[in-house]
Write a new protein. Structure first.
Length: 202
């Protein structure tokens, strides 16, 4: 069964959004991405189950999107089915004193706010991070969980100590720094005091 046949099979029994050749730029925070051969936004668990059943019985590739953050989609698009988990699959339910059931389409910020309102702690580090619970769970499963300080440490070190660049780039920066300092958005003490970038490669 092709991706077109998956779409045809779902018509009439899928209450969410179902479209062909839908630009993925509308579903990513970077606003880039070509068309999905089939895009489906389930309105609930029944929609999701029907969609996944149809995809499983086909040769169609599929991609699951939550909030669409930290995702770069080619201008060529995606030749399979894209499943967007939106707020219709974003429920939160407290099922025990320290146990919460959260659907994948729930945003991280909504989950953090919900927990704080109920006196639950431990999720504060996720505040301000864009994206959905499903996306975060996938990221942690693939790459583990690092503290933000550990993630930013290399960038902070490079900002403090500078980094080697070619002589051509170093010359360009030296000749442009005064022009940059005249621009209001660049006129900061940090740029004036910052370390000069050394030329040459390590």
């Amino acid at each position: 069964m092709s991706v077109v046949e998956v779409g045809e099979r779902l018509r009439g029994r899928f209450s969410g959004i179902l479209g062909e050749a839908v630009p993925l730029a509308d579903y990513t925070t970077f606003r880039i991405g070509g068309p999905a051969a089939l895009l489906a936004v389930p309105r609930g668990k029944e929609d999701l189950a029907a969609l996944m059943e149809a995809v499983a019985e086909s040769d169609t590739r599929f991609l699951v999107l939550g909030g669409g953050s930290n995702v770069l989609v080619s201008d060529a698009g995606f030749d399979g089915a894209v499943v967007v988990l939106g707020k219709d699959l974003g429920g939160i339910e407290r099922i025990a004193k320290y146990e919460v059931y959260v659907e994948g389409g729930c945003s991280l910020n909504r989950l953090v706010e919900w927990a704080i309102e109920r006196g639950l702690s431990g999720l504060e580090d996720l505040a301000g991070i864009p994206g959905s619970v499903a996306g975060w769970a996938d990221l942690v499963a693939r790459h583990g969980r690092l503290a933000l300080a550990d993630v930013l440490a290399p960038a902070i070190r490079l900002a403090d100590e500078g980094y080697p660049v070619s002589e051509l780039i170093a010359t360009g920066w030296r000749t442009q720094v005064n022009k940059l300092l005249r621009a209001p958005t660049w006129a900061t003490p940090d740029l004036a005091r910052g370390p000069e970038q050394p030329s040459g490669h390590e």
